[in-house]
Structure formats: structure tokens, C-alpha cells
Ligand binder design. Structure first.
Ligand code: NDP
Ligand code: 2IT
Length: 447
């Protein structure tokens, strides 16, 4: 089996040797899926995984725009249309200077499995730009978004490809892009999710990724007759996912003691309660400030420059910032401090060695494609509401989100329960996602 996996990875390497994040994501899936395919004769011999690692289409385009000083700036735009076997391409847009083909292909590949796990008719895609929103004026953001959509509009549509937000893309950017699409097409359709509440958005979509990550942690704890109540939680990031993970965890009786950004982390041993979180939301979403400013408002908290929060003792960790932010050393520190639940809000935040360390210790570890699927699931619910021109209440959407997260958890158990009773959520999520996409691909022929 090891040889089969190695041979497969050698093949993928030929075309993608300069794409480390993509190779990392593919290898994790291959390790789970290749043994599974070998045990399922109807999947063997169809080169399904080989077809899945090749995007159906990659679009790369120039994004020229004029900054506030009148200078012309050129960024690169991408959309990876990875797999449409079970629905229109669906996945976020990331605006961050680190964005490149490798990062977007890894994200698009993960998205295919994640979207299949939601049980909604959503294919997988991802896109974005190496544009850095930090320090840009609102006008610059608007001009960039308009230029970006000036090309992207040709490739998307409510039944073709429906982007959403990701790092650096929130309500403001979705608004500017939606406006430009509408102008270019003269059409008001649900071509983006994460829209504002008065123009086609869904209740709970802003909250859904963070809430879903917490619901998933709660389900994992449930397998051991435990709950989040009274638990100490470390969270990384202070953006969309981190904020709402903090909100829901606090509401369920846990104490969140850290948040971070790319400059460092804050530790508040008394817990980041509702009032302090409101301060963070204003700071990050409106003033667009840095998390270090938290300690000015709350001097009992500490700021640790250039560090990640994983050395802080906790029972539950929720990495909600970015890929590979939690390495083997951090994993070992978390474990030695008694952490026994890791629910990933970000995509692939734990390195392969970190995952190995968690699983070796048999802790409750959920990969992002399972635990952060609440965001795209609620995007799927937004698409449904747009199609039937209706708006469900907050309570209705939240109930549906809870049901979907619970079903994902059940699917992970179905495919991931080991002989000793340990639930391998990585194996479970990968196989459960694979089965749906593979069945559709088999039915649709070699296309
Ligand atoms: P935001 O842009 O709202 O927030 C990102 C946060 O991560 C910021 O606090 C940012 O800090 C921090 N961050 C970025 N890079 C680093 C780094 N190298 N080291 C430490 N911190 C860093 O993005 P989201 O909250 O939307 O996304 C966070 C993660 O969740 C991503 O992995 C994303 O793919 C994933 N995700 C998002 C979903 C969504 O619906 N939004 C759905 C599912 C997954 P700074 O301000 O300094 O850059
Ligand atoms: O990584 C993700 O799942 C997202 N950024 C959300 C995608 C979506 O289409 O809502």
C-alpha cells in the first residue's frame, strides 16, 4: 500500500512539483483514499483520484487598478474550478499577498471533499489574488474589487461557479464585487454568497464557519460524554472565523483565552467575554486595527509579539488563522499541557507531523474539511434561498447548520471508526467526501 501511495504521489509530483501546499493536501487524502479504493472493487481501475487532483479548469488573469496616489498597480487573479461532479463550483476568494497557484489549488482540492461532506449539491473551487488589503483605503479596495470582477464575471454564474469570502474577503469586498457583476451582466442573481442581509444574504452566514467549528467540537466531545462547558480554549486568528468561534464557545460556557493575528497573540486569562469580543469585532472589522491593541483596552491581558498561542495551557484548541500555523512542536506542547480536542476552523492549519502527534495520542482531532464546513454549508443554504427567492429566519438557518454539522460528524464516524474504537476524523472525512464525488464521476463518464 505504501508503494501504491508513493507511486501515486510521484505521478502528481510530475505536474505539481513546485506546489508544496497542494502536494501536502493531496498526500493526506491519498493516504486515506488509496487503501479504501483497493478495498472497493467498483472504484478500482477508474483513476478517480488522478482525475480529482487535476482541476477541471484554472483561470489566471491580470488585475490592474489605480491606487490613491494615481499609480497603476498590477495584481494577479485566479479561479480554480476544481470539480463540478456534484454541483456548481463553490468556494471562497482569498486576498492575501501569499496567494499563489499552490495555495489556491490546495484550498480548491480540500473544498471538493468538504463540500461533498455537507450533503448539499456543491462542487469545489477556490480563487483570489495576491492583492494585500492591509493599509488600503476603502476606495482602493473598491477599485481593486471592480477590476477583479471585470474579468471574473465571465467565468461565474449561479449554476456555474459561485464564489464567496475567505481570508481578506468579507462583507465589504463581496459587496463591491457583487455590485460590479450586477452592472456588467444587468442581472441580480446569487453569484456570490456572503451577501448583505438586505440584498440576498443569508442570516448566520457570517457566523457559520466559527459556529460550525464549535458545534463540531461539541459533537466530538459528545462521543466521550463531555461538553464544552467549563473548558479553556485557545483560538488563533482574530478574523471572521476566530471571532464567531469565540462567540459561540463563550455562549456554550467555555472560556476563550487567546486570539491572534500575524503579529502575535493576546492572552487574557480571565476569558474573552461578550463585551471584550465586541471590542475585538469593532477593532478588526471596522477600524481594521491590530490585535495587540487589545491589551491597551484590557491591561490585564498580555500580548506576545511574533508568537502563536499554542504554548498557553488549554483543553481545546481551535486554529482559525491560516495553513500550517500549528507545527509538530506546537502540537507536542498542546498535548503536554493537557489539550485533548482540536477543531480546525482554518484550512489545513496543522502540519502533517502535528496531525500525527495528535492522532498518536488518540485525542479528538478534526481536520478543517469536516469542522469548518459550516461556512460553505450556509453558503449552500444562501444559494437555495436565492433560487427560491425566500429568506429563512436566523433560527431556521442555525438549526439547519447544526443538523448539517451533526451529519458531517456522523459521516466521519461511519467511515473513520477504527477497530479499537478511536475515531479517525481524517480518514472518515476523506472517505465520506470521496464516495459522493466518486459515485457522481463514475455515473457521468470520463469527462
Ligand atoms: P480573515 O481574513 O477574516 O482572518 C484571518 C486571520 O488570520 C487574521 O486574524 C489574520 O491576521 C490571521 N493570519 C493570517 N495569516 C496569518 C499568519 N501567517 N500567522 C498568523 N495569523 C495569520 O479570514 P477568515 O477568518 O475568513 O479565515 C481564516 C481561516 O479560515 C482561513 O484558513 C480560511 O481559509 C478558513 N476558512 C474560512 C471560511 C470563511 O467562511 N471565511 C470558511 C472555512 C474556512 P492578519 O490580520 O495579521 O493577517
Ligand atoms: O474555505 C471555505 O470553505 C470558505 N472559505 C467558504 C466557501 C464558501 O463558498 O462559502
Amino acid at each position: 500500500m505504501e508503494l501504491k501511495i508513493k507511486n501515486f504521489m510521484d505521478l502528481v509530483n510530475v505536474r505539481s512539483q513546485h506546489e508544496p501546499e497542494f502536494l501536502q493536501a493531496v498526500e493526506e487524502v491519498a493516504e486515506a483514499i488509496i487503501p479504501y479504493i483497493a478495498s472497493q472493487p467498483h472504484y478500482s481501475g477508474n483513476n478517480l483520484l488522478l482525475r480529482m487532483v487535476e482541476p477541471e479548469r484554472v483561470i489566471i488573469f491580470r488585475v490592474p487598478w489605480v491606487d490613491d496616489t494615481g499609480e497603476i498597480v498590477v495584481n494577479r487573479g485566479f479561479r480554480i474550478e476544481m470539480n463540478s461532479a456534484i454541483g456548481p463550483y463553490k468556494g471562497g476568494l482569498r486576498f492575501h499577498p501569499s496567494v499563489n497557484l499552490s495555495i489556491l489549488k490546495f484550498l480548491a482540492f480540500e473544498q471538493v471533499f468538504k463540500n461533498a461532506l455537507t450533503n448539499l449539491p456543491l462542487g469545489g473551487g477556490k480563487g483570489g489574488s495576491d492583492f494585500d488589503p492591509k493599509g488600503k483605503s476603502d476606495d482602493e479596495i473598491m477599485r481593486f474589487c471592480q477590476s477583479f470582477m471585470g474579468e471574473l464575471f465571465r467565468h461565474i454564474g449561479p449554476n456555474t461557479d459561485v464564489p464567496a469570502g475567505d481570508m481578506g474577503v468579507g462583507a465589504r469586498e463581496i459587496g463591491y464585487m457583487f455590485g460590479m457583476y450586477k452592472k456588467l451582466r444587468n442581472e441580480f442573481t446569487g453569484i456570490l454568497t456572503g451577501k448583505g442581509m438586505s440584498w440576498g444574504g443569508s442570516y448566520i452566514r457570517p457566523e457559520s464557519t466559527g459556529y460550525g467549528t464549535v458545534y463540531f467540537a461539541q459533537s466530538m466531545l459528545g462521543t466521550r460524554g463531555d461538553t464544552l462547558e467549563g473548558k479553556t480554549i485557545t483560538i488563533s486568528g482574530s478574523g471572521n472565523v476566530a471571532q464567531y468561534a469565540c462567540e459561540k464557545a463563550t455562549e456554550l460556557g467555555a472560556k476563550v483565552v487567546t486570539l491572534s493575528d500575524s503579529s502575535g497573540y493576546i492572552y487574557d486569562k480571565d476569558g474573552i467575554d461578550e463585551e471584550k469580543l465586541a471590542f475585538v469585532m469593532e477593532l478588526k472589522n471596522v477600524k481594521r486595527g491590530r490585535i495587540s491593541e487589545y491589551v491597551t483596552a484590557y491591561p490585564k491581558a498580555q500580548f506576545f509579539e511574533g508568537q502563536t498561542p499554542w504554548s498557553v495551557p488549554c483543553e481545546v484548541a481551535m486554529p482559525c488563522a491560516t495553513q500550517n500555523e500549528l507545527n509538530e512542536e506546537a502540537a507536542k506542547t498542546l498535548l503536554s499541557n493537557g489539550c485533548f480536542v482540536v477543531s480546525e476552523g482554518a484550512n489545513m492549519p496543522s502540519t502533517p507531523k502535528a496531525v500525527e502527534a495528535f492522532q498518536a495520542k488518540r485525542i479528538l482531532y478534526a481536520p478543517g474539511k469536516a469542522s469548518n464546513a459550516g461556512g460553505v454549508a450556509t453558503s449552500g443554504l444562501e444559494m437555495s434561498q436565492n433560487s427560491i427567492r425566500i429568506k429563512w429566519t436566523r433560527e431556521e438557518v442555525n438549526e439547519k447548520l447544526k443538523t448539517i454539522m451533526n451529519e458531517i460528524h456522523e459521516s466521519c464516524i461511519q467511515y473513520g471508526k477504527q477497530e479499537d474504537g478511536y475515531i479517525d476524523y481524517v480518514v472518515g472525512a476523506n472517505i465520506a467526501g470521496f464516495v459522493k464525488v466518486a459515485d457522481a464521476m463514475l455515473a457521468q463518464g470520463v469527462v
